[in-house]
Design a protein. Structure first.
Length: 367
C-alpha cells in the first residue's frame, strides 16, 4: 500500500542493547518504551523484548503499561507518571511498579494499602534540578519518617533525572549527581533497603559513568540515535527506524513552474516532480522543506516546496523514478542513509521531537 512506512530493524535494536549492556557492565538495564517506544511502535518493540526477561521496562502512563501487558510482556514495568488513586488497583493486578514523588502520594498509597493490606511496588522520585516531578531534598526527613513508620510498604527503588547530561557542559549534571548521592547517604544511615537505584539516561550513559548505580535507564540511545549533537557517541549503535514514503505520481514540468503552497519553489529547468504520499500529519517536519532532501537509490533529491499535510513533492531533475518506489526521509535502509540528528540540527529541534511525531497513519514494519 502507498503511504508512510517506518521499517523497524530488529537486528539493529538487539545489537544496540547488547552494545549498551557491554558498555555499562553487569548493571541491570531499564529500557524506556514510553511515547510508542519513541515513535518506533510499542507493539513492534514489544515483540523484540518479550524474550529478554531481565530487561526492566519504563513507560510514562498507566495506559502504556496496560498495553504492554495486553501484548503479553511479563517484564517488570515502572510507570513514571504521577499516581492516581483511580488506577492503583489495576497497577496492583498487573504487577506494575509506580512512581511516588510527593508527600501527598504517600497519603494516597497509604490509604490504598490500609484497604487491601497490599499495594503496588514503588520507586521514590527525587527532583535534583529538573524542577519537575519529585520530592525536594528538604523533604528527605519526612520521607524517611514515613518509610520507617510503614516498613511493610513495598519500596522497590529510588531515582532522579538529569536535565543537562546530554550537553557539553556537565557542571549542572555533576551538581545533580552530588545532590542525589547526598540523599542516598542520608537514607543509608537509617538502614532502609532500596533494591533499585537509578539516575542515568542516554546522555549520562555516554558522559557520566558515575551515575550508573545498580540499574541504568536508557531511552533514545537504544533506538540508535544520539541524545544530543553535543554528546560524542562512545557506543556503536545504529538507527532502528527507517522512515520512508511512497512515490504515487510523477509529473514533467517546465522551467518556472511553481510547486506547492505559496509557490515558494520554482523549477529552474525541465524536471520530473514526484509526489510522495507522506506529509506533516505523518510526522515530517514542515519547516524541513527549505533545505530538506530525501534519499533515493543512494542519491539525495531536494524537497520541492512546502510539505503538505498528506503529501510532499520531490525535484528529481532528469531522473525518472517509478510509481510505488520509496524515498527515505531518515534512517538507514539499503543504500539510502540520512541521519535524523542532522535534520534536528538543521531545523533547530531535537531527535526526540522528530521521532515521537511519527503519526498514526504510518505503517510500522518489523524487518
Amino acid at each position: 500500500m502507498f503511504g508512510p512506512k517506518a521499517y523497524i530493524h530488529s537486528k539493529r535494536f538487539n545489537k544496540n542493547l547488547e552494545n549498551i549492556q557491554e558498555h555499562i557492565g553487569k548493571k541491570r538495564l531499564m529500557l524506556v518504551v514510553k511515547a510508542n517506544a519513541y515513535g518506533h511502535g510499542i507493539q513492534q518493540i514489544c515483540s523484540l523484548i518479550k524474550h529478554k526477561p531481565n530487561l526492566f521496562l519504563c513507560v510514562f502512563s498507566i495506559k502504556e503499561a496496560i498495553e504492554l501487558r495486553d501484548f503479553g510482556v511479563k517484564n517488570k514495568i515502572l510507570v513514571l507518571s504521577r499516581i492516581e488513586s483511580e488506577w492503583l488497583l489495576e497497577a496492583l493486578k498487573l504487577d506494575l511498579s509506580i512512581n511516588i514523588s510527593s508527600l501527598n502520594d504517600f497519603k494516597i498509597i497509604y490509604e490504598f494499602y490500609k484497604k487491601l493490606n497490599k499495594c503496588p511496588s514503588f520507586h521514590l522520585k527525587f527532583d535534583t534540578g529538573m524542577t519537575r516531578l519529585g520530592f525536594d531534598k528538604k523533604d528527605i526527613i519526612n520521607v524517611i519518617d514515613f518509610l520507617l513508620k510503614n516498613k511493610k510498604l513495598p519500596l522497590e527503588g529510588i531515582y532522579s533525572h538529569f536535565a543537562t547530561a546530554d550537553e557539553g557542559d556537565l557542571s549542572f549534571a555533576y551538581d545533580q549527581l552530588r545532590i542525589f548521592n547526598e540523599i542516598l547517604k542520608t537514607i543509608e544511615r537509617f538502614k532502609i533497603n532500596i533494591p533499585y537505584i537509578h539516575c542515568s539516561n542516554s546522555g549520562s550513559i555516554l558522559n557520566l559513568p558515575e551515575s550508573y548505580f545498580n540499574i541504568v535507564r536508557v531511552g533514545m540511545l537504544a533506538y540508535g540515535v544520539s541524545p544530543s549533537v553535543e554528546v560524542s557517541m562512545k557506543i556503536n549503535v545504529k538507527p532502528v527506524m527507517s522512515f520512508c514514503g511512497s512515490i504515487v505520481n510523477i509529473r514533467k514540468v517546465d522551467p518556472g513552474t511553481q510547486i506547492s503552497y505559496g509557490g515558494v519553489y520554482k523549477v529552474k529547468a525541465k524536471s520530473n516532480i514526484a509526489v510522495v504520499q507522506t506529509g506533516f500529519a505523518d510526522g515530517l517536519p514542515r519547516n524541513w522543506y527549505e533545505n530538506g532532501y530525501v534519499s533515493y537509490k543512494g542519491t539525495y533529491y531536494k524537497i520541492a516546496g512546502r510539505i503538505c499535510m498528506d503529501q510532499l513533492m520531490i525535484d528529481f531533475g532528469s531522473i525518472i523514478p517509478k510509481e510505488g518506489e520509496e524515498v527515505l526521509f531518515f534512517g538507514k535502509k539499503d543504500q539510502n542513509e540520512i541521519y535524523v540528528e542532522k535534520i534536528s540540527k538543521e531545523i533547530n529541534t531535537t531527535t526526540y521531537v522528530l521521532l515521537t511525531a511519527i503519526g498514526g497513519r504510518t505503517e510500522r514494519l518489523l524487518i
